[in-house]
Design a protein around this ligand. Sequence first.
Ligand code: NAD
Ligand code: UDP
Length: 325
Amino acid sequence: MAQIKRILVTGGAGFLGSHLCERFVEAGHDVICLDNFFTSQKSNVTHLLDYRNFELIRHDITMPIWLEVDEIYNLACPAAPGHYQYNPIKTVKTSVMGSINVLGMAKRCRAKVLQASTSEVYGDPEVHPQPESYKGSVNTLGPRACYDEGKRVAETLFMDYHRSNNVDIKIVRIFNTYGPRMHPYDGRVVSNFIRQAIAGDNITIYGDGSQTRSFCYRDDLIEAMIRMMQTEKGFTGPVNIGNPTEFTILELAKHVIEMTGSKSKLIEKPLPEDDPTQRQPDISLAKEKLGWEPTVELQEGLRRTIDWFNSIELSNYRAPTPNYD
Ligand code: NAD
Ligand code: UDP
Protein backbone atom coordinates (compact mmCIF):
# COMPACT_ATOMS: atom_id res chain seq x y z
CA MET A 1 0.00 0.00 0.00
CA ALA A 2 1.04 3.58 -0.62
CA GLN A 3 2.10 5.62 2.40
CA ILE A 4 -0.61 6.14 5.03
CA LYS A 5 -1.82 9.74 5.08
CA ARG A 6 -3.79 11.66 7.70
CA ILE A 7 -6.75 12.99 5.71
CA LEU A 8 -9.32 15.51 6.95
CA VAL A 9 -12.66 15.76 5.12
CA THR A 10 -14.72 18.78 6.22
CA GLY A 11 -18.40 18.25 5.45
CA GLY A 12 -17.37 14.60 5.63
CA ALA A 13 -20.81 13.31 6.67
CA GLY A 14 -22.51 14.85 3.63
CA PHE A 15 -23.45 13.30 0.31
CA LEU A 16 -20.03 13.64 -1.36
CA GLY A 17 -17.91 13.82 1.81
CA SER A 18 -19.14 10.49 3.17
CA HIS A 19 -18.06 8.75 -0.05
CA LEU A 20 -14.63 10.35 0.11
CA CYS A 21 -14.29 9.16 3.72
CA GLU A 22 -15.30 5.65 2.65
CA ARG A 23 -12.71 5.57 -0.14
CA PHE A 24 -9.92 6.72 2.20
CA VAL A 25 -10.88 4.34 5.02
CA GLU A 26 -10.89 1.43 2.55
CA ALA A 27 -7.45 2.53 1.28
CA GLY A 28 -6.14 2.35 4.88
CA HIS A 29 -5.58 6.06 5.46
CA ASP A 30 -6.09 7.78 8.79
CA VAL A 31 -9.39 9.61 8.19
CA ILE A 32 -10.94 12.48 10.15
CA CYS A 33 -14.52 13.37 9.21
CA LEU A 34 -15.55 16.82 10.48
CA ASP A 35 -19.19 17.95 10.23
CA ASN A 36 -21.83 19.99 12.04
CA PHE A 37 -24.62 17.85 10.50
CA PHE A 38 -26.53 20.88 9.18
CA THR A 39 -27.48 19.17 5.90
CA SER A 40 -26.54 15.59 6.75
CA GLN A 41 -26.85 13.10 9.57
CA LYS A 42 -24.60 10.72 11.42
CA SER A 43 -26.16 7.69 9.70
CA ASN A 44 -24.18 8.55 6.53
CA VAL A 45 -20.99 7.52 8.33
CA THR A 46 -22.04 5.22 11.19
CA HIS A 47 -20.89 2.22 9.12
CA LEU A 48 -17.35 3.67 9.32
CA LEU A 49 -17.30 4.13 13.10
CA ASP A 50 -16.08 0.59 13.75
CA TYR A 51 -12.91 1.18 11.73
CA ARG A 52 -9.87 2.12 13.79
CA ASN A 53 -8.63 4.43 11.02
CA PHE A 54 -11.82 6.55 11.11
CA GLU A 55 -12.63 9.40 13.48
CA LEU A 56 -15.76 11.57 13.57
CA ILE A 57 -15.68 15.12 14.94
CA ARG A 58 -18.82 17.22 15.44
CA HIS A 59 -17.53 20.70 14.77
CA ASP A 60 -18.55 23.87 12.94
CA ILE A 61 -15.85 24.87 10.47
CA THR A 62 -16.50 28.58 11.06
CA MET A 63 -14.69 27.98 14.38
CA PRO A 64 -10.91 27.34 14.45
CA ILE A 65 -9.74 23.80 15.12
CA TRP A 66 -6.24 22.41 15.63
CA LEU A 67 -5.58 19.10 13.88
CA GLU A 68 -2.40 17.57 12.46
CA VAL A 69 -3.07 16.33 8.94
CA ASP A 70 -1.41 15.77 5.55
CA GLU A 71 -4.37 16.45 3.25
CA ILE A 72 -7.60 18.41 3.63
CA TYR A 73 -10.68 18.11 1.43
CA ASN A 74 -12.80 21.18 2.22
CA LEU A 75 -16.43 20.32 1.50
CA ALA A 76 -18.21 21.88 4.48
CA CYS A 77 -20.97 24.10 3.06
CA PRO A 78 -24.67 23.61 2.43
CA ALA A 79 -25.01 22.90 -1.30
CA ALA A 80 -28.74 22.93 -2.10
CA PRO A 81 -30.31 26.33 -2.88
CA GLY A 82 -33.17 26.08 -0.34
CA HIS A 83 -30.79 25.21 2.47
CA TYR A 84 -27.97 27.65 1.68
CA GLN A 85 -30.56 30.45 1.39
CA TYR A 86 -32.16 29.56 4.75
CA ASN A 87 -29.41 31.33 6.68
CA PRO A 88 -27.46 33.18 3.97
CA ILE A 89 -25.12 34.95 6.38
CA LYS A 90 -24.10 31.61 7.88
CA THR A 91 -23.53 30.31 4.35
CA VAL A 92 -21.09 33.14 3.62
CA LYS A 93 -19.36 32.57 6.96
CA THR A 94 -19.02 28.87 6.25
CA SER A 95 -17.26 29.47 2.93
CA VAL A 96 -15.13 32.41 4.06
CA MET A 97 -14.27 31.63 7.70
CA GLY A 98 -14.23 27.92 6.95
CA SER A 99 -11.67 28.48 4.21
CA ILE A 100 -9.52 30.70 6.43
CA ASN A 101 -9.56 28.02 9.12
CA VAL A 102 -8.58 25.13 6.82
CA LEU A 103 -6.01 27.24 4.99
CA GLY A 104 -4.44 28.27 8.31
CA MET A 105 -4.29 24.61 9.27
CA ALA A 106 -2.76 23.69 5.90
CA LYS A 107 -0.14 26.43 6.28
CA ARG A 108 0.79 25.31 9.81
CA CYS A 109 0.89 21.58 8.95
CA ARG A 110 2.25 22.02 5.41
CA ALA A 111 -0.77 20.03 4.28
CA LYS A 112 -2.27 19.95 0.80
CA VAL A 113 -5.76 21.43 0.71
CA LEU A 114 -8.50 21.00 -1.89
CA GLN A 115 -11.47 23.33 -2.18
CA ALA A 116 -14.83 21.99 -3.38
CA SER A 117 -15.80 24.98 -5.47
CA THR A 118 -18.74 25.06 -7.81
CA SER A 119 -20.09 25.82 -11.26
CA GLU A 120 -22.09 28.52 -9.45
CA VAL A 121 -18.99 30.73 -9.65
CA TYR A 122 -20.07 31.18 -13.30
CA GLY A 123 -23.52 32.42 -12.18
CA ASP A 124 -26.06 32.49 -15.04
CA PRO A 125 -23.44 31.94 -17.75
CA GLU A 126 -23.31 33.85 -21.02
CA VAL A 127 -20.59 31.52 -22.31
CA HIS A 128 -21.61 27.96 -23.11
CA PRO A 129 -20.20 25.44 -22.30
CA GLN A 130 -18.22 26.98 -19.45
CA PRO A 131 -14.39 26.76 -19.54
CA GLU A 132 -12.33 27.63 -16.43
CA SER A 133 -11.22 30.87 -18.13
CA TYR A 134 -14.80 32.22 -18.10
CA LYS A 135 -15.05 34.78 -15.31
CA GLY A 136 -18.76 34.36 -14.72
CA SER A 137 -21.94 36.38 -14.42
CA VAL A 138 -23.04 36.40 -10.79
CA ASN A 139 -25.66 38.77 -9.34
CA THR A 140 -23.94 39.96 -6.16
CA LEU A 141 -27.28 41.10 -4.73
CA GLY A 142 -29.47 38.08 -5.44
CA PRO A 143 -30.59 35.20 -3.20
CA ARG A 144 -27.95 32.83 -4.63
CA ALA A 145 -25.10 35.27 -3.95
CA CYS A 146 -24.47 33.98 -0.40
CA TYR A 147 -23.37 30.69 -1.94
CA ASP A 148 -21.89 31.92 -5.24
CA GLU A 149 -19.94 34.83 -3.80
CA GLY A 150 -18.95 32.82 -0.72
CA LYS A 151 -17.42 30.20 -3.00
CA ARG A 152 -15.78 32.90 -5.15
CA VAL A 153 -14.14 34.48 -2.08
CA ALA A 154 -13.06 31.00 -0.98
CA GLU A 155 -11.27 30.56 -4.34
CA THR A 156 -9.62 33.96 -3.81
CA LEU A 157 -8.46 32.99 -0.32
CA PHE A 158 -7.07 29.71 -1.62
CA MET A 159 -5.07 31.50 -4.33
CA ASP A 160 -3.83 34.14 -1.87
CA TYR A 161 -2.64 31.54 0.66
CA HIS A 162 -0.88 29.84 -2.24
CA ARG A 163 0.77 33.03 -3.52
CA SER A 164 1.57 34.56 -0.11
CA ASN A 165 2.36 31.45 1.92
CA ASN A 166 3.16 28.81 -0.66
CA VAL A 167 0.31 26.60 0.55
CA ASP A 168 -0.22 23.62 -1.77
CA ILE A 169 -3.80 24.24 -2.89
CA LYS A 170 -6.15 22.61 -5.39
CA ILE A 171 -9.47 24.01 -6.62
CA VAL A 172 -12.14 21.93 -8.34
CA ARG A 173 -15.34 23.46 -9.71
CA ILE A 174 -18.02 20.82 -9.29
CA PHE A 175 -21.03 20.72 -11.63
CA ASN A 176 -24.38 19.16 -10.58
CA THR A 177 -23.65 15.78 -9.04
CA TYR A 178 -26.15 13.15 -7.91
CA GLY A 179 -26.26 9.61 -6.58
CA PRO A 180 -27.08 7.42 -3.60
CA ARG A 181 -26.93 9.15 -0.21
CA MET A 182 -28.18 12.51 -1.50
CA HIS A 183 -30.37 13.87 1.27
CA PRO A 184 -33.97 13.00 0.31
CA TYR A 185 -35.06 16.45 1.54
CA ASP A 186 -32.18 18.47 0.11
CA GLY A 187 -34.48 20.07 -2.45
CA ARG A 188 -32.12 19.50 -5.36
CA VAL A 189 -33.70 18.46 -8.60
CA VAL A 190 -32.63 14.81 -8.81
CA SER A 191 -33.54 13.96 -5.21
CA ASN A 192 -36.83 15.89 -5.41
CA PHE A 193 -37.94 14.22 -8.64
CA ILE A 194 -37.06 10.70 -7.45
CA ARG A 195 -38.68 11.16 -4.02
CA GLN A 196 -41.80 12.67 -5.60
CA ALA A 197 -42.01 9.98 -8.31
CA ILE A 198 -41.69 7.10 -5.84
CA ALA A 199 -44.35 8.60 -3.56
CA GLY A 200 -46.69 9.34 -6.51
CA ASP A 201 -46.60 13.05 -5.59
CA ASN A 202 -46.62 15.85 -8.14
CA ILE A 203 -43.23 16.47 -9.78
CA THR A 204 -42.34 20.11 -9.21
CA ILE A 205 -40.94 21.73 -12.37
CA TYR A 206 -39.66 25.22 -11.63
CA GLY A 207 -40.45 27.48 -14.59
CA ASP A 208 -41.19 25.68 -17.87
CA GLY A 209 -38.39 23.15 -17.40
CA SER A 210 -36.41 24.36 -20.41
CA GLN A 211 -33.39 25.31 -18.26
CA THR A 212 -30.53 22.84 -18.58
CA ARG A 213 -28.10 21.08 -16.27
CA SER A 214 -25.41 18.44 -16.88
CA PHE A 215 -25.55 15.69 -14.27
CA CYS A 216 -22.48 13.83 -13.04
CA TYR A 217 -22.70 10.53 -11.17
CA ARG A 218 -21.13 10.56 -7.69
CA ASP A 219 -18.43 7.90 -8.30
CA ASP A 220 -17.08 9.74 -11.34
CA LEU A 221 -16.89 12.94 -9.34
CA ILE A 222 -15.14 11.37 -6.34
CA GLU A 223 -12.51 9.82 -8.63
CA ALA A 224 -11.77 13.23 -10.18
CA MET A 225 -11.41 14.90 -6.77
CA ILE A 226 -8.92 12.28 -5.63
CA ARG A 227 -6.93 12.57 -8.86
CA MET A 228 -6.86 16.35 -8.50
CA MET A 229 -5.32 16.08 -5.02
CA GLN A 230 -2.57 13.87 -6.50
CA THR A 231 -1.51 16.38 -9.19
CA GLU A 232 1.97 17.92 -8.97
CA LYS A 233 2.68 20.71 -6.46
CA GLY A 234 2.07 24.09 -8.02
CA PHE A 235 -0.85 22.92 -10.14
CA THR A 236 -3.71 24.71 -8.41
CA GLY A 237 -6.55 24.54 -10.92
CA PRO A 238 -9.32 25.55 -10.99
CA VAL A 239 -10.45 22.47 -12.85
CA ASN A 240 -14.06 21.87 -13.90
CA ILE A 241 -15.39 18.45 -12.98
CA GLY A 242 -18.76 17.28 -14.19
CA ASN A 243 -20.49 15.34 -16.92
CA PRO A 244 -20.79 17.38 -20.12
CA THR A 245 -23.97 15.64 -21.33
CA GLU A 246 -26.65 18.31 -21.01
CA PHE A 247 -30.39 17.77 -20.34
CA THR A 248 -33.35 20.07 -19.84
CA ILE A 249 -35.09 19.75 -16.48
CA LEU A 250 -38.18 18.52 -18.32
CA GLU A 251 -36.16 15.73 -19.94
CA LEU A 252 -34.85 14.73 -16.51
CA ALA A 253 -38.40 14.59 -15.12
CA LYS A 254 -39.52 12.35 -18.00
CA HIS A 255 -36.59 9.97 -17.47
CA VAL A 256 -37.38 9.70 -13.75
CA ILE A 257 -41.09 9.06 -14.37
CA GLU A 258 -40.32 6.40 -16.96
CA MET A 259 -37.68 4.67 -14.84
CA THR A 260 -39.82 4.58 -11.68
CA GLY A 261 -43.01 3.67 -13.55
CA SER A 262 -44.63 6.51 -11.63
CA LYS A 263 -48.10 7.96 -12.18
CA SER A 264 -46.96 11.36 -10.87
CA LYS A 265 -48.04 14.47 -12.77
CA LEU A 266 -45.79 17.34 -13.71
CA ILE A 267 -46.75 20.67 -12.16
CA GLU A 268 -45.12 24.05 -12.76
CA LYS A 269 -43.88 26.20 -9.89
CA PRO A 270 -42.35 29.67 -10.23
CA LEU A 271 -38.75 29.73 -11.46
CA PRO A 272 -36.55 30.86 -8.54
CA GLU A 273 -34.81 34.22 -8.93
CA ASP A 274 -31.43 34.02 -10.73
CA ASP A 275 -31.88 30.32 -11.55
CA PRO A 276 -29.21 29.71 -14.24
CA THR A 277 -30.77 29.02 -17.66
CA GLN A 278 -28.02 26.72 -18.88
CA ARG A 279 -25.02 24.86 -17.50
CA GLN A 280 -22.51 22.52 -19.10
CA PRO A 281 -18.87 21.99 -18.14
CA ASP A 282 -16.01 22.21 -20.60
CA ILE A 283 -13.87 19.38 -19.19
CA SER A 284 -10.87 19.64 -21.56
CA LEU A 285 -8.57 20.60 -18.68
CA ALA A 286 -9.74 17.68 -16.49
CA LYS A 287 -9.10 15.31 -19.40
CA GLU A 288 -5.62 16.72 -19.94
CA LYS A 289 -4.43 17.16 -16.34
CA LEU A 290 -6.31 14.35 -14.54
CA GLY A 291 -6.65 11.87 -17.41
CA TRP A 292 -10.30 11.80 -16.37
CA GLU A 293 -13.72 11.82 -17.93
CA PRO A 294 -17.08 10.58 -16.65
CA THR A 295 -18.01 6.95 -17.30
CA VAL A 296 -21.55 6.63 -15.90
CA GLU A 297 -24.39 7.79 -18.15
CA LEU A 298 -27.52 9.42 -16.75
CA GLN A 299 -29.78 6.35 -17.22
CA GLU A 300 -27.38 4.10 -15.30
CA GLY A 301 -26.71 6.68 -12.59
CA LEU A 302 -30.44 7.30 -12.16
CA ARG A 303 -31.10 3.56 -11.91
CA ARG A 304 -28.57 3.23 -9.05
CA THR A 305 -29.96 6.34 -7.35
CA ILE A 306 -33.58 5.20 -7.67
CA ASP A 307 -32.62 1.79 -6.21
CA TRP A 308 -31.09 3.57 -3.23
CA PHE A 309 -34.13 5.80 -2.70
CA ASN A 310 -36.31 2.66 -2.77
CA SER A 311 -34.12 1.11 -0.06
CA ILE A 312 -34.29 3.93 2.51
CA GLU A 313 -36.86 4.76 5.18
CA LEU A 314 -37.81 8.42 4.77
CA SER A 315 -38.79 8.77 8.42
CA ASN A 316 -35.09 8.34 9.29
CA TYR A 317 -34.35 11.68 7.63
CA ARG A 318 -34.96 15.14 9.06
CA ALA A 319 -35.44 17.99 6.58
CA PRO A 320 -32.52 20.39 7.25
CA THR A 321 -34.80 23.42 6.63
CA PRO A 322 -38.39 23.78 5.40
CA ASN A 323 -37.13 24.84 1.93
CA TYR A 324 -37.08 21.62 -0.07
CA ASP A 325 -40.06 21.55 -2.46
P1 NAD B 1 -24.07 18.16 1.46
O1 NAD B 1 -25.00 19.21 1.95
O2 NAD B 1 -24.53 16.73 1.50
O3 NAD B 1 -22.68 18.23 2.23
C1 NAD B 1 -22.21 19.35 2.89
C2 NAD B 1 -21.79 18.94 4.29
O4 NAD B 1 -21.21 20.08 4.95
C3 NAD B 1 -22.97 18.48 5.13
O5 NAD B 1 -22.64 17.27 5.78
C4 NAD B 1 -23.15 19.61 6.14
O6 NAD B 1 -23.72 19.18 7.35
C5 NAD B 1 -21.74 20.13 6.27
N1 NAD B 1 -21.65 21.51 6.75
C6 NAD B 1 -22.37 22.59 6.33
N2 NAD B 1 -22.01 23.68 7.00
C7 NAD B 1 -21.01 23.30 7.87
C8 NAD B 1 -20.25 23.98 8.84
N3 NAD B 1 -20.40 25.29 9.07
N4 NAD B 1 -19.33 23.27 9.54
C9 NAD B 1 -19.17 21.94 9.34
N5 NAD B 1 -19.89 21.24 8.43
C10 NAD B 1 -20.79 21.92 7.71
O7 NAD B 1 -23.67 18.56 -0.04
P2 NAD B 1 -22.70 17.86 -1.08
O8 NAD B 1 -23.44 17.76 -2.35
O9 NAD B 1 -22.05 16.66 -0.51
O10 NAD B 1 -21.63 19.01 -1.28
C11 NAD B 1 -20.32 18.94 -0.72
C12 NAD B 1 -19.51 20.12 -1.22
O11 NAD B 1 -19.42 20.09 -2.65
C13 NAD B 1 -20.10 21.48 -0.85
O12 NAD B 1 -19.06 22.35 -0.49
C14 NAD B 1 -20.75 21.95 -2.13
O13 NAD B 1 -20.78 23.34 -2.23
C15 NAD B 1 -19.83 21.32 -3.18
N6 NAD B 1 -20.56 21.13 -4.45
C16 NAD B 1 -21.46 20.11 -4.60
C17 NAD B 1 -22.15 19.99 -5.78
C18 NAD B 1 -23.16 18.87 -6.02
O14 NAD B 1 -23.81 18.87 -7.08
N7 NAD B 1 -23.31 17.90 -5.15
C19 NAD B 1 -21.94 20.90 -6.82
C20 NAD B 1 -21.03 21.94 -6.62
C21 NAD B 1 -20.33 22.03 -5.43
N1 UDP C 1 -35.67 22.34 -10.05
C1 UDP C 1 -36.95 21.98 -10.41
N2 UDP C 1 -37.71 21.34 -9.49
C2 UDP C 1 -37.27 20.99 -8.25
C3 UDP C 1 -35.94 21.35 -7.89
C4 UDP C 1 -35.17 22.03 -8.81
O1 UDP C 1 -37.41 22.24 -11.52
O2 UDP C 1 -38.04 20.38 -7.48
C5 UDP C 1 -34.81 23.02 -11.04
C6 UDP C 1 -34.16 24.30 -10.55
O3 UDP C 1 -35.01 25.42 -10.76
C7 UDP C 1 -32.90 24.37 -11.41
C8 UDP C 1 -32.56 22.90 -11.65
O4 UDP C 1 -33.74 22.16 -11.37
O5 UDP C 1 -33.19 24.96 -12.65
C9 UDP C 1 -31.44 22.38 -10.76
O6 UDP C 1 -31.74 22.72 -9.45
P1 UDP C 1 -30.86 22.24 -8.21
O7 UDP C 1 -31.44 22.87 -6.98
O8 UDP C 1 -30.72 20.77 -8.22
O9 UDP C 1 -29.39 22.79 -8.50
P2 UDP C 1 -28.80 24.16 -9.07
O10 UDP C 1 -29.88 25.12 -9.42
O11 UDP C 1 -27.95 24.66 -7.95
O12 UDP C 1 -28.05 23.73 -10.27
